[in-house]
Design a protein around this ligand. Structure first.
Ligand code: NA7
Length: 543
């Protein structure tokens, strides 16, 4: 291994997933000296860590790649095999990108950034890693991912468990064989919903511990038709432009009709048509599903009727029907045989809302009603999303203030991109930006381009330092909260509102005003000379 570095870079980027790779590529085009630190042994981020059985993207693969601004060539060269790519294929894509653009030479793998401290005398970030590196950088850019800090609930007795346990986001690199095993899956979010049908095919028995049922939409995964792919490749420019102008980063036609404005038969027809098509565009069946409770309930009831149709045991079907939250007020998972799995003899649903988990015993999982003996436990219990990975780094801005203490009552950002008191620091897809409510590559592209354009603007004008103004931040937080409160997301418990982590401030973390509107706001800020930011000129000695 190379000796710990003591060096200076124009920019240090943390993370080599989609966003870190794009940021590196873009900053290189500006001829900047960049160092990327990545905790994993290779590129991939989310797709490096989440290797659990059934791991697959819920964005359609043809829209889940770097858009044309990154490179048109890769869009033509790379061909996805399925409608929803599985984790190994997405990882291969990111490895292909890293190779094609020779990105690895600026990435230091197996290295975790542990601290980043702003040196006010020199206007530099001092960055330390767990490998002993101590480097300085003009810009500190986090590309740490929204869902990278695993949440492993503090169950009493876990250390006494005699079997093996796994968190889906920290899955081993070697295949795990569940043949003949009794398996507990704790958690039924997007991840648990993918895990259950896969593991059920191998295991002797799967116990699914469900606290909150979700409204799962069928994915209807299938191999991609070569003619469709050819047509798409011929039209990618228009497709990405449309995605960039959309609410959620997908090139879909926006819904224009209210669910309540049409007769019940027509509503049913639209829902049926979307259900048969499969995919997250079901959320766009009508334009008022996420803002109007009555409209929303029509979608809820439609999905419940489907669950009751698929799942044969009426009691199990009822337990799988969500009733305590509106549809799409938490992330609706895509399912690939999840509901059917409950028709198998070797799958048992355990309702832990009714009988909570009390402890993990040496032999398994004990709820208030029974002990379930298992050979292994899969924690599909999610992440300390949006802020967890940022707080894992000791980030200190002006006056030694830590990001953790500044955000103790919740994130305070300007545009979700920057936070006052932390000059020359940018957050890619941070809290209070559209991020996870958007098709991620499109959200990432917009942030990366905005940041790169800002850095170029500074370079062209000999500006040393950029910092969000407290009053601009104040206005953004108020606007963010206002648009969030107009949605049904705000009133629902989920990782979008931070309620999955004990003690985490309860508020809406992603920006709910729509990607298209957000993008316009960011463009306007830039066009007005980065309104809401303050700049410092480069000191004469360095100019
Ligand atoms: P999620 O969506 O946060 O789901 C985690 C699941 O784990 C969810 O069902 C939780 O129940 C459950 N959970 C968490 N803690 C516990 C405890 N203590 N006891 C029982 N059950 C628990 O994470 P995912 O990994 O599935 O998905 C994250 C995102 O990745 C997803 O939304 C996509 O965007 C991709 P709860 O719902 O909190 O009652």
């Amino acid at each position: 291994m190379a000796a710990p570095a003591q060096a200076h870079f124009d920019a240090v980027v943390v993370g080599a997933g989609f966003s870190g790779l794009y940021m590196l590529h873009r900053l290189r085009q500006l001829q900047l000296a960049v160092r990327v630190y990545e905790a994993g042994e290779d590129v991939g981020g989310t797709w490096y860590w989440n290797r659990y059985p059934g791991a697959r993207c819920d964005s359609e693969s043809v829209y889940y790649m770097f858009p044309d601004h990154f490179s048109e060539e890769q869009l033509q060269e790379w061909t996805w095999s399925e409608r929803y790519a599985a984790q190994p294929e997405i990882l291969r894509y990111l490895q292909y990108i890293a190779d094609k653009f020779d990105l690895r030479r600026d990435i230091q793998f197996s290295t975790r950034v542990v601290a980043a401290v702003f040196d006010e005398d020199r206007n530099l970030w001092q960055i330390a890693t767990d490998r002993g590196d101590s480097v300085t950088a003009r810009f500190f850019i986090t590309a740490v991912g929204c869902l990278s800090m695993a949440n492993i609930p503090q169950f009493k007795g876990l250390e006494s468990f005699r079997g093996k346990w796994y968190h889906t986001g920290r899955w081993p690199h070697e295949p795990v064989d569940f043949t003949g095993q009794r398996v507990a899956v704790i958690g039924t979010g997007a991840t648990g919903v993918q895990v259950v049908p896969e593991v059920a095919q191998q295991a002797q028995h799967v116990y699914v511990f469900q606290r909150t049922p979700n409204y799962n939409i069928p994915g209807r995964n299938r191999p991609l038709d070569p003619d469709y792919v050819r047509e798409l490749k011929a039209n990618y420019k228009q497709i990405w432009d449309k995605a960039r102008q959309s609410w959620g980063g997908f090139p879909w036609e926006p819904a224009t009709t209210s669910a309540l404005s049409v007769p019940p038969e027509e509503r049913q027809r639209v829902f049926e048509e979307r259900w048969a098509r499969g995919g997250l565009s079901f959320t766009q069946a009508f334009n008022d599903l996420i803002i109007n409770r009555e409209a929303n309930e029509t979608a809820c009831e439609f999905i419940r009727s489907k669950i009751r149709e698929i799942v044969k045991d009426p009691q199990v079907a009822e337990a799988l029907c969500p009733k305590d939250h509106p549809f799409a007020s938490r992330r609706p998972p895509l399912e690939h045989g999840y509901y059917e799995a409950f028709n198998r003899d070797n799958v048992t649903l355990v309702d832990v809302r009714r009988s909570p988990i009390v402890e993990i015993t040496p032999n398994g999982v004990r709820t208030t009603e029974a002990e379930y003996e298992v050979d292994c436990i899969i924690f599909a219990t999610g992440f300390d999303a949006m802020t967890g990975a940022l707080f894992a780094i000791d980030i200190r801005g002006r006056g030694g203030q830590s990001l953790r203490s500044k955000w103790a009552d919740g994130p305070r950002t300007y545009l979700g991109l920057a936070t006052s008191g932390f000059p020359n620091m940018f957050i890619i897809t941070g809290p209070q930006s559209p991020s996870v409510l958007t098709n991620m590559p499109v959200a990432i592209e917009q942030h990366v381009e905005w940041i790169a354009d800002c850095i170029r603007y500074m370079r062209d004008r000999q500006l040393d330092c950029i910092e969000a103004l407290p009053e601009a931040e104040e206005r953004w937080v108020a606007h963010h909260n206002q648009v969030a409160s107009a949605t049904l997301i705000a009133e629902t418990n989920s990782w979008w509102t931070g309620t999955n982590i004990p003690g985490k401030p309860r508020l809406v973390y992603p920006y709910c005003g729509g990607f298209n509107n957000y993008r316009q706001i960011c463009d306007d800020v830039a066009a007005k000379g980065y309104e809401g930011f303050a700049f410092n000129p480069v000191p004469a000695a360095r100019a």
